[in-house]
Design a binder for this molecule. Structure first.
Ligand SMILES: *Cc1c(COP(=O)(O)O)cnc(C)c1O
Length: 715
């Protein structure tokens, strides 16, 4: 008989697969072992278990009577890993043992793994988690950034400052990926000026492995060791070198690992060099011509575009391309000029730079935008790539983004779901019928649950504010005041996202006097919580942030609006689970989808949003609140004024009155009807299981089966 596993063994195994992070029961176990350290260690169980050796853990578990819970969680994990009757087993068997390879520059999986900056990364993380839950054969490919994206703190002037800390791989659930011969994989990519080496880490996301390339190894020059240090750091040269490692290096890493993907899915254009490497390998191994290989490779290519503005796409000049892709072009038998043509709308226009999005379109037969409206915008934007087609015939479809339900759902709300939805609801979240049972939750019960989550958010916010203020050296009196900010009885509106100017974090303050009136109203007041990071180089975004932060310390705003620093997955979780209303007011149509509002829906919060991105196809007049009519003015200033006015109107005429309309038990019945309607009408659609199922049906299965059919859509 093998020695049975200790609970330290079991908790370590669980810690080394991110599956634990979407199991509230497991998270609870880690927290209970040592609540203080758990929060200090940024919810990282690998580090916690380093501090709790087997004996100390055993004693602690006995004290807390944790054994049966740990054993239960471990057993559930094993069942999960071994199950053979998943949705994928039934519907995606054709993908077989050759997985889809999902490429992304960022992955937002958990707060302890800082290799994401915002929505694009969270989407990629949620995609992997749902692919795992559904049993889709898929592997992720990305980069390991030691310093990740920055952590944010705010100086005395309300100006954003950035901090980078080095993440030690051994402190994370990473292990070296090994090849068939059992040795760690190291890949190389040649440029005109030298060779770059990268090692490969593996991280398990349930059943899905994620491979992360990392240039921080001794074989590289000092400069190249830092190449993958930071997400979206450095200049254009850093950018193209990172994308070279991600795309070309990523495909080489898969080959070295013995993984021969059935298809590749590019999440945004950053990884568009990947198909070029597949083409190169096929030319070399199968003796194909470039044209044949391009056709076959693009038949197995899926590309998701995310950026609705032309300026937002990566573009490189001929010099950078020659230096970095020159060797690749040689192997493909292409002159630099022909190679440049792959990244140009007009291949023969020498003044056009090389655009990664164009390359991605030209190397994938299936392309999609991330919401219905974004599909319209993208077809218009890329019309020139298919000049002989009408706009409706442009082959860019859409699959609207969704969020991974177990990751974003508060355990308390989950208990309500467990009671009123069908038994196996969490295996069937993509089905509308499953959610209709939510109507049966009683109003009082839903309201109580929501209120307790809101109180939790407020306490959490106060603690966070105090900690940040202590770091800035605030006085005792100031700290005292922070202990009392935000009132749980007052309508609480949340706004948290990247401070990209188009998101207009300050739209609600455009008419400061009216903003003051709603905040200060003695009868029907409103409180606000803001959070978000600006890109380090974005001074405009930082100035918008500074204006908001300065107001938070001035009467009458002080105590009624707060700014929480260092927006990350953990803060996002608290916010989306605790606010009454989630405000979203981007300049239409620049929000390709947006996903944070979908997280709010699951937890019973209401969206108050411009009719842009996912909300343009989600709002039905009664499942939240819409701002404006969806019209777009060509003058930005007029548009902003109009939207600010519309926002104030909805707040004053709909949101605030409905919230404060109470029955004799002080329960807002009308408001609760809207909460229920939001969950019922939106939950089934805007979740990542539905999204991944759409990708499988509309992209993966056709891509896997289309290799033999001969149709060309590219000019
Ligand atoms: C969900 C999420 C986002 C994306 O939000 P948007 O609605 O797309 O702005 C960004 N950052 C974090 C931390 C998130 O959790």
């Amino acid at each position: 008989m093998p020695q049975s596993k200790t609970i330290h063994d079991k908790l370590s195994e669980l810690a080394n697969n991110l599956w634990w992070s979407w199991q509230p029961e497991v998270t609870m176990i880690y927290r209970e072992i040592d609540p203080t350290r758990w929060s200090e260690l940024s919810h990282n169980p690998v580090l916690l278990l380093r501090e709790y050796g087997p004996e100390k853990l055993e004693a602690r578990a006995r004290e807390l009577v944790l054994h049966s819970r740990i054993n239960g969680a471990y057993r559930r994990w094993q069942e999960y890993m071994q199950s053979t009757d998943t949705w994928g087993d039934v519907h995606a068997a054709v993908l077989g043992y050759r997985p889809a390879a999902y490429f992304s520059a960022e992955f937002g999986l958990h707060e302890s793994l800082r290799i994401y900056s915002g929505g694009l990364g969270i989407l990629a993380g949620d995609h992997l988690k749902s692919a795992s839950d559904l049993g889709i054969p898929l592997v992720g490919v990305g980069l390991f950034y030691h310093e990740g994206y920055f952590s944010q703190y705010i100086d005395q002037d309300g100006w954003q400052k950035e901090d980078y800390t080095f993440a030690e791989p051994s402190h994370l659930p990473l292990r070296e990926a090994v090849g068939a011969d059992g040795t760690p994989v190291v890949i190389t990519v040649d440029t005109r000026r030298g060779r770059i080496h990268a090692r490969v880490w593996r991280i398990d996301v349930g059943r899905v492995p994620l491979y992360l390339l990392d240039t921080n190894i001794a074989a590289n020059s000092e400069e190249d060791r830092k190449l993958t240090a930071r997400l979206y750091g450095g200049d254009q040269r850093t950018r193209i070198r990172q994308e070279l490692i991600l795309g070309v290096g990523g495909v080489r890493a898969l080959a070295a690992l013995g993984i021969n993907p059935r298809l590749i899915h590019m999440n945004e254009g950053h990884s568009a060099f990947a198909p070029l490497e597949i083409i190169r390998q096929r030319m070399k191994h199968d003796g194909m011509s470039f044209d044949d290989s391009l056709r076959e490779t693009s038949a197995a290519g899926v590309f998701t575009t995310h950026t609705p503005v032309p300026a937002g796409h990566d573009r490189f000049d001929g010099g950078l391309i020659e230096e970095h892709l020159g060797p690749q072009a040689d192997d493909l038998g292409l002159s630099l000029d022909t190679f440049m043509g792959l990244g140009r709308v007009d291949p023969h226009n020498p003044s056009e730079p090389f655009c990664m999005t164009v390359l991605a379109f030209k190397t994938s037969r299936r392309a999609n935008a991330v919401s219905n409206l974004h599909g319209v915008v993208s077809r218009r934007m890329w019309h020139s790539l298919w000049p002989y087609r009408s706009e409706e015939e442009i082959p860019i479809g859409h699959i609207t983004n969704g969020v991974h339900v177990p990751t974003w759902l508060a355990p308390q709300i989950r208990q309500l779901y467990d009671r009123v939805l069908p038994n196996n609801w969490f295996l069937r979240t993509g089905e509308p019928d499953v959610w209709s049972g939510f109507e049966h939750v009683t109003a009082g019960e839903l309201w109580e649950t929501h209120q307790s989550l809101k109180s939790r958010l407020i306490v959490y916010s106060r603690n966070r504010l105090v900690k940040a203020a202590q770091k800035r050296g605030s006085t005792d009196e100031e700290l005292q005041q922070l202990q009392n900010v935000l009132d749980p009885r007052v309508l609480l509106i949340g706004f948290a996202r990247r401070f990209a100017p188009y998101k207009r974090a300050d739209l609600v303050l455009r008419d400061l006097e009216r903003f003051r009136q709603i905040i200060e109203s003695s009868e029907h007041p409103v409180h606000f919580v803001f959070a978000g990071k600006a890109h380090p180089a974005d001074d405009h975004g930082k100035a918008i942030m500074q204006r908001i932060i300065r107001l938070t310390s001035e009467p009458p705003f002080r105590g009624r609006m707060v700014f929480l620093d260092d927006y990350d997955i953990n803060l996002a979780r608290h916010l989306v689970q605790g606010v009454d209303v989630w405000l979203n007011n981007p300049r239409r149509p620049l929000e390709a989808s947006g996903t944070s509002g979908q997280k709010v829906v699951l937890n019973g919060g209401l969206n108050l949003s411009i009719l842009d991105g996912w909300w343009a196809e989600a709002f039905d007049g009664h499942n939240g609140f819409g701002i404006g009519t969806g019209l777009i003015h060509s003058n930005q200033d007029i548009q902003d004024n109009r939207d600010a006015e519309a926002l104030m109107q909805v707040l004053n005429n709909e949101v605030i009155p409905l919230y404060y309309e109470r029955d004799k038990d002080d329960v807002p019945q009308g408001w609760i009807r809207r909460m229920k309607r939001a969950v019922r009408t939106l939950g089934w659609r805007f979740n990542a299981d539905r999204m991944v199922m759409d990708y499988v049906r509309e992209c993966y299965i056709p891509a896997a089966g289309s290799l033999s059919c001969d149709m060309t859509i590219m000019p």
